[in-house]
Design a protein around this ligand. Structure first.
Ligand SMILES: [Cu+2]
Length: 461
């Protein structure tokens, strides 16, 4: 399909694009690819560009978007712009991050197996960068590792990458220059490639979810890339709960979650309530049917994607979250002493003479902190969301971070947030005296709830 003339045209295009940048040195070294690759799939077939609706049902990126493209001479042309982005993690906390096309993280790149893609990358950052196409099998010169596969894209330059997708699945893209800084600042996104001839039933709802971790020191607007272990903002598609959009499906639909993880050092066991799902794909490819097993939690290691699927046959509001308990907290300080079971009243009274609004937090655990902060009893530093969750339909939801809600409803025609679920089958509630008597339950059993097991502050034991 690609003639010598087309190849020359490709070369001409890329040289033109490179000339847009500040540097011209790359032009002579990076145009060779146009001759060395063809528009043909590894099967030997040539495909026309995959079209949404005809060849695939588009994926949805909650709190994000899909990167638009144009088609030029049978090639899908995309443009990524790496730039600084003012990003809101959740109401009350925003930061100056790095992202693509005005977003943290970058938009999802979507294509179809056999598609030839050309991706321009413009660097509007203050530092050099590159883009690596994680999990995508392509020729070495397009792999995007700074120094190894190409020279870095300097500020102001536009580079061009081009290849044919010979596989399908869920992949990622991220900076591969000064990864420690640039990934910590947010330079990443998802890649979804649909099969040309699907061997699996097509999902009705298909969600792309990128997990990442940040250190946002209270009062500071820059994520801290130097942090190695202590991350206090944990996000799905760049959002910490209650900033995460709900995942909405209609009862009976086949639902797919494509979960990628580019955290600095944390693997995330993503747990879904109300369902067992099957892990059908990794970034390495399809899991053979005989190797799939039902799970309620899928461990998504750093630098990997896990794709799981279920039939949404259980209506309700279902928590979907990382099961690392500190990963469903917002901006918790981990350096504070353990206050559980400590009665701070005498200490509080003494401090109150100096600081009238002072309150020691944590004697009953951390659950009440978000309520105190939202109700104004406790003031949080500016631009911070310490321990904040959200008001739920029945009480305060004491979760933040890597938490979202899978909302399954009967007969809905819109995927807008349907509000809270009113369960017709009943809900947990206080037991009545009649019920306790009927079933022979002694509610007075056990340790008294106050005064026992509390340590007075200042005691040594
Ligand atoms: Cu986690």
């Amino acid at each position: 399909m690609t003639s010598r003339r087309d190849a020359l045209k490709l070369a001409g295009l890329s040289a033109g694009a490179l000339a847009l940048g500040n540097g011209t040195a790359a032009a002579s070294t990076n145009t060779a690819y146009a001759y060395s690759t063809s528009v043909r799939h590894k099967s030997g077939r040539t495909y026309s560009p995959g079209q949404p609706g005809r060849d695939y049902r588009p994926v949805e990126t909650p709190n994000g978007s899909t990167l638009p493209y144009t088609v030029k001479d049978g090639v899908k042309v995309f443009h990524l712009v790496a730039e600084e982005v003012e990003h809101e993690f959740a109401p009350g906390l925003s930061g100056r991050c790095w992202g693509y096309n005005g977003q943290v993280h970058g938009p999802t790149i979507e294509a179809v197996e056999g598609d030839r893609v050309r991706i321009y990358v413009t660097n509007k950052l203050i530092a050099p960068t590159t883009v690596h196409w994680h999990g995508v099998i392509l020729n070495s010169g397009m792999d995007g590792v700074g120094g190894l596969n190409q020279r870095s894209i300097h500020p102001g330059e536009t580079f061009v990458y081009e290849w044919t997708f010979t596989q399908y699945g869920t992949f990622m893209y991220h900076s591969h220059h000064d990864e420690m800084t640039q990934i910590a600042m947010g330079l990443m996104g998802m890649i979804v490639v649909h099969p040309r001839r699907p061997s699996e039933p097509l999902p009705d709802r298909d969600f792309a979810l990128m997990l990442s971790t940040w250190m946002m020191r209270p009062g500071v607007r820059r994520p801290d890339p130097n942090e190695m272990a202590d991350f206090n903002v944990l996000t799905i598609n760049g959002k910490a709960y209650p900033g995460t959009a709900p995942l909405v499906a209609r009862t009976g639909q086949r639902v797919r979650f494509r979960i990628g993880n580019l955290s600095a050092m944390h693997h995330h066991p993503i747990h879904l309530h109300g369902y067992a799902f099957e892990e059908i794909m990794t970034d390495g490819g399809l899991v053979p049917k005989s190797a799939r097993r039902p799970e309620t939690t899928t461990l998504v290691p750093v630098g990997a994607t896990r794709t799981v699927e279920l039939i949404a046959d259980n209506p309700g509001d279902w928590a979907m979250h990382c099961h690392m308990t500190h990963h469903v907290m917002n901006q918790m300080g981990h350096g504070i002493p353990n206050m559980v079971g400590v009665d701070p009243s005498s200490f509080d009274a003494r401090v109150a003479s100096l600081l009238p609004a002072y309150m020691t937090m944590g004697q009953d655990g951390m659950g009440e902190m978000g309520v105190h902060i939202e109700s104004g009893h406790m003031r949080a530093p500016e631009n911070s969301i310490p321990m904040v969750g959200a008001q739920g339909p029945h009480d305060y939801i004491t979760m933040g971070g890597m938490f979202t809600i899978f909302k399954v409803r009967n007969g809905i025609s819109s995927y807008a947030d349907p509000g809270w679920y009113d369960d017709p089958l009943g809900m947990a509630r206080p037991a009545t005296a009649d019920e306790l008597r009927h079933d022979g339950i002694d509610a007075q059993v056990g340790a008294p709830m106050t005064g026992h097991g509390m340590t007075k502050m200042g005691d040594d034991h």
